[in-house]
Design a binder for this molecule. Structure first.
Ligand code: PMP
Length: 383
């Protein structure tokens, strides 16, 4: 059997205790144990979201929480601002338009991050913008957006800031309360080291007030219902109880490490990976790369799709390729969730070898050496 390594930005590897938890006999979701489980998980999520606000959960993938954020916050004639710097920014716009909301798009060249002045200018031109929809890490490009600065533009105005932290929660910093972010959405299968199937949202008091006014249709994704029931350790509908048991173990890991340390670990892995790429001689795709993943722009002579397929089939190494207009042009290596520095070495060394195997002139070992150098420096400083 081939040993497999998953370096995609979701799903991500799952800790062994979480896998074992899912192998236990399934429980009734209205039992006392389930109530305790739900309450515990929702409390621990606050630590990861860096908030005192309640966190609610849905049984859906991350897009369910995005859809719910739109349906629960907005009204029929609202106007919103969407930052579109890749596939997931575009998703915000698509969801808003599906609900008939007027969307003003800020188009950012893929790989770049939004310039806050551009957002500020739109907010000045359209003071009636109800909400700005942003993405912490645009997973399709690997770019990080400066949410702290965006929040500084919205928090003293009636405009809400809604952030998709689906991939980056737990990997890139997002201080919901300190920065004044109104809504954060995320999901289970990325930094939270759990299989796909759970989505989360945290809303502050401004956002909860907006939900009282909202007149868009909602039923399954009704945040107020999910929130109220969650506080009681309950749910409106049958939840993915098996995933909740796994999530509890994954959250125990993060709480034991401490979210600031978790983010610092992701930062070390990202810096080491970026340094390796520099030594290999391949450029990064994102101008402000996230801790979540590293996107590599491939030279024209390399077919990115074929490379990713070859690595998966021959070596059991799964990297992510490019999406949409980036298909075949970039490779994305995630360092996300249940990973540490040793995983970075595996990802980088396999990448170098794979390039050599397809005939690309790569200085074998250069990337690994550069990554080791970075990691050793960190270890010396921090241990
Ligand atoms: N937003 C971002 C930033 C993502 O990375 C993803 C998943 N790759 C999504 C939204 C959509 O999440 P899901 O596929 O879980 O619905």
């Amino acid at each position: 059997m081939q040993k497999k390594y998953l370096f995609t930005p979701g799903p991500t590897p799952i800790p062994p205790e979480a896998l074992l938890a899912m192998a236990q006999p399934i429980d009734y979701h209205r039992s006392e144990d389930a109530v305790a489980l739900i309450k515990d998980v929702l409390e621990k999520l606050k630590h990861v979201f860096q908030t005192e606000n309640d966190v609610l959960f849905l049984t859906s993938s991350g897009t369910g929480a995005m859809d719910g954020a739109v349906a629960n916050l907005l009204c029929r004639n609202d106007k919103v601002l969407v930052i579109r710097s890749g596939k997931f920014g575009e998703r915000w716009a698509e969801i808003c338009e599906a609900y008939g909301v007027e969307v003003i798009r800020i188009d950012v060249t893929w790989g770049n991050s939004v310039a806050p002045e551009v957002v500020e200018a739109q907010l000045t031109t359209h003071p009636d913008i109800k909400a700005v929809f942003a993405t912490l890490c645009e997973t399709s490009t690997g770019a990080l957006h400066d949410i702290e600065v965006l929040a500084s533009l919205t928090q003293s105005t009636p405009t809400l800031l809604v952030v998709d932290a689906v991939s980056a929660l737990g990997a890139d910093d997002l201080q919901m309360d300190n920065w004044g972010v109104d809504v954060v959405v995320s999901c289970s299968q990325k930094g939270l080291m759990t299989p796909p199937g759970l989505a989360f949202a945290a809303l502050n008091h401004r956002a909860w007030e907006a939900t009282e006014q909202s007149d868009l249709p909602k039923y399954y994704l009704d945040f107020r219902k999910a929130h109220q029931r969650g506080l009681e350790g309950s749910v409106p509908y049958t939840p993915a109880i098996t995933l909740l048991t796994a999530l509890q173990y994954a959250l125990n890991h993060i709480c034991a490490e401490g979210i600031r340390n978790t983010i610092a670990r992701h930062n070390r892995m990202a810096i080491a990976t970026r340094s390796a790429l520099k030594a290999i001689g391949l450029p990064l795709f994102a101008t402000s790369p996230a801790n979540t993943l590293t996107s590599i722009r491939l030279p024209k002579e390399i077919d990115g799709k074929a490379f990713v397929n070859m690595m998966r089939e021959k070596h059991g190494i799964t990297y992510a390729g490019g999406q949409g207009e980036l298909s075949g042009k970039i490779v994305r290596i995630a360092h996300l969730g249940w990973m540490n520095e040793n995983d970075v070495i595996v990802a980088v060394s396999a990448f170098e070898r794979g390039l050599a195997e397809i005939g690309y002139d790569v200085p074998l070992g250069a990337g690994v050496a550069a990554a080791q150098e970075v990691l050793t420096k960190f270890t010396d400083q921090e241990c």
